[in-house]
Ligand binder design. Structure first.
Ligand code: FES
Length: 63
């Protein structure tokens, strides 16, 4: 499923980036160009990167 239609970035791409150690959504935006055009997907990019980053660093989500 596409997260960013403007840049053609899908959710799998962002999850793979997070699993590779990227836990900064701004860095993910720079690397993929997601969120760099209209910006409507930025919160979704942030959610995916932050949730994957937390789960890989801590093992459980922090509420
Ligand atoms: S949908 Fe991602 S920048 Fe437009």
């Amino acid at each position: 499923m596409f997260v960013c239609l403007c840049a053609g970035v899908n959710e799998r791409c962002l999850r793979e980036l997070a699993e590779a150690g990227c836990c900064d959504w701004r860095e993910a935006m720079e690397k993929t160009k997601a969120g760099k055009s209209c910006g409507s997907c930025r919160s979704h990019v942030q959610t995916i990167i932050q949730s994957r980053g937390l789960s890989s660093e801590v093992g459980v989500p922090v509420l």
